[in-house]
Design a protein around this ligand. Structure first.
Ligand code: TUI
Length: 308
């Protein structure tokens, strides 16, 4: 399946992996790239030495293109942005902010730049700033989210920009890809489906929570504090939401409770204090499989549907 995204990125399939903070390390990224998609390593708020090491390990594990996600709220985003240039990373995606100030230097270095955006206005700004493509990420996504659904956001972004659009949020099988293409997208970003992959290094408890989740088992926390994040509904997220709603949880206390909660989920499987970020599509995911099988099945289903 050839689109402007497969041409731009030099990959077999128009699938990029979500740059999930703390989750997306070199093993997962290399597996997705080796399977014909584009794997991503999450910069998150990682120390620069950690990210350099991850990039180098990924280069050893695949000769296919892969990328790095820069989380723009990270205090060391400037250093991580420069590291992508120094390490000659093929693709950079960004999240949680406006990457405009980094784009000229990335382009100069020959990096393909793909900001993740939650609105039409930001998509247009990114196009003007020189982005090669955008990921239009709907509110069904896991992690830090905007307000517009994938179904509403993608066609509006497609109409607003000339650069290719990658759809994200709620896509985990071939139906999701086919639907995204009908909306005008030329690629998809998939996150949650890869949480439940063999190569994903997260704690088994995290994978089990994703697999057990039903349609109604994702929850958004942080709406009141301004950084809404979607993850598996747990006692912890219910407590956060109750406290935000009745005003007993101040933004400062919310920050204290959630600081480090992603690490607690990914590394420790700590259900009491961890944030198990995942998308609203988790209810559809029922097994742990190798990335190659996941991607090949998804693409076979999408191609069959699109041929109809
Ligand atoms: O960034 C993501 N997903 C993430 S980042 C993350 S780590 C985090 N933890 C706590 C609080 C915040 C982040 C976990 N998941 N997805 C892409 C995304 N970008 N979603 C929303 C945005 C976004 C929001 C505002 C992009 C740009 C933006 O611009 C504001 C501006 O400056 O104009």
């Amino acid at each position: 399946m050839k689109t402007r995204i497969t041409e731009l990125l030099g990959c077999q399939y128009p699938i990029i992996q979500g740059g999930m903070a703390w989750v997306a390390e070199h093993t997962l990224a290399a597996a997705v790239s080796n399977a014909g998609g584009v794997g991503l390593i999450a910069g998150g708020s990682a120390p620069i030495d950690y990210l350099r090491d991850q990039i180098r390990k990924c280069k050893e594990a695949t000769d296919k293109p892969f990328g790095v996600n820069i989380m723009l709220m990270s205090p060391n985003a400037d250093d991580l942005a420069q590291l992508c240039i120094d390490e000659k990373v093929a693709v950079v995606t960004t999240g949680a902010g406006n990457p405009g100030k980094f784009i000229p230097a990335w382009k100069e270095a020959g990096i393909k730049v793909i900001p993740v955006i939650p609105s039409v206005a930001l998509a247009k700004r990114m196009e003007r700033a020189g982005a090669d493509a955008v990921v239009a990420e709907g509110t069904e996504s896991g992690g830090h989210i905007g307000e517009i659904t994938t179904m509403c956001l993608v066609p509006q972004v497609v109409d607003a920009v000339e650069i290719p659009v990658i759809a994200a949020g709620g896509i985990a099988d071939g139906r999701g890809i086919a639907a995204s293409f009908m909306l005008g997208a030329e690629g998809v970003q998939i996150g949650t489906r890869f949480l439940a992959s063999e190569e994903c290094q997260i704690h088994q408890t995290y994978k089990d929570l994703v697999i057990k989740a039903k349609d109604t088992d994702s929850a958004v926390t942080g709406r009141y504090t301004g950084h809404p994040c979607r993850g598996v509904k747990t006692k912890f997220t219910k407590m956060l939401n109750a406290g935000e709603k009745d005003g007993t949880l101040t933004p400062e206390r919310f920050e204290e409770l959630t600081l480090g909660s992603l690490r607690k989920a990914v590394q420790d499987g700590n259900v009491e204090e961890g944030s198990f970020l995942c998308g609203a599509i988790a209810g559809m995911i029922n097994d742990i499989r190798p990335c190659k099988d996941i991607i090949e099945d998804i693409m076979a289903q999408a191609e069959k549907l699109l041929a109809k």
